[in-house]
Write a protein that binds this ligand. Sequence first.
Ligand code: EPU
Length: 339
Amino acid sequence: MTQIQQNIPLRQYNTLGIDAIAKLFATFNSIEELRILIENNPISGKAPLILGGGSNMLFKDHVNRLVLKNEVPGLTVVKEDTDHVYVKAGAGENWHGFVQYCLQQNWAGVENLSLIPGCVGASPMQNIGAYGVEIKEVFEELEAFHLGDKEVHKFNAQDCAFGYRESVFKGKFRNQYVIMNVTYRLNKVPKFNTSYGAIEQELERMGVQQLSIQAISQAVINIRSSKLPDPAKIGNAGSFFKNPSVAADVYAQLKTEFPHIVGYSNADGTVKLAAGWLIEQSGLKGCRRGDAGVHEKQALVLVNYGHATGQEIYDLSEDVMKTVYTKFGVHLEREVNVV
Ligand code: EPU
């Protein structure tokens, strides 16, 4: 049975590499273990903080509560039909490990989501997405433990209310559930998605003749590695901000002032702006304040060059938001969870 430990450094448990201290810390790998830890939580007045891969989290300060790291394992085929294989994955499984497992079996659907840091449990939490694909497209269902009634509830895609980097778990049920496992619906026959410009270019550069999910995965890995810092080398949490959407008339006005502005039309008529472009044009790409910085190759990513505190990263993010607002009148919203 896992023990509750005191004053544990969280640096290795968050990809930004922030030196925060957890007052209490334990890991769990089953519902039974989680139940026992919650029942014995010495800080009973404060809900525990559940940690997955720590790839989308900013510790602004030390954490004066019980931190529980989700290490629920498992990859199991639970169902199969003519077109699909349904794989149930433990929330603590490494995301890219799961993608590689699917590639080995030739099961399609997650190849565009290669190399995203973090764990399986985070994938529905914020409907992870990259290179033209979002997790909601292969999501079947999940099981989550409710911290209030201590029961396990099932959620289908509709229950999760997926949006752009959003779900009920980031919204109305925030801090109420612990995702235990996720079942994905993978395709036996691939539907290749190379709509995202950079993929086509990379496949061509690689000289790929015969398209495959393995080739797409490799193209995505190449693109990500060329732009996004490796958290093992430079602390970061991927995109720190979301790409903001604005009304069509606001976009039209911006376009007259800034003809090169990057925007993509949403189905509802609004336009999603590339926040990386806005930040770069505000002159902040590559800027550095102590050990906190804006990445030099992708301005949407804030980095920790060594020993930046969570507060320093947060302050830099405030400055970025203010500067972009002053220049463009556009509000940026953080994608990371600030704790
Ligand atoms: N751009 C700039 N300067 C920059 C960065 C981007 O001008 O410093 C421009 C690019 O030239 C391009 C556009 O902005 O025209 C979009 O850039 P990119 O393709 O790099 O994607 P992104 O919109 O910045 C989003 C996701 C990433 C995901 C990529 C690829 C969000 C918040 N981020 O970034 O997701 O990998 O698309 O699909 O939606 C993450 O969420 O952590 C993440 C890395």
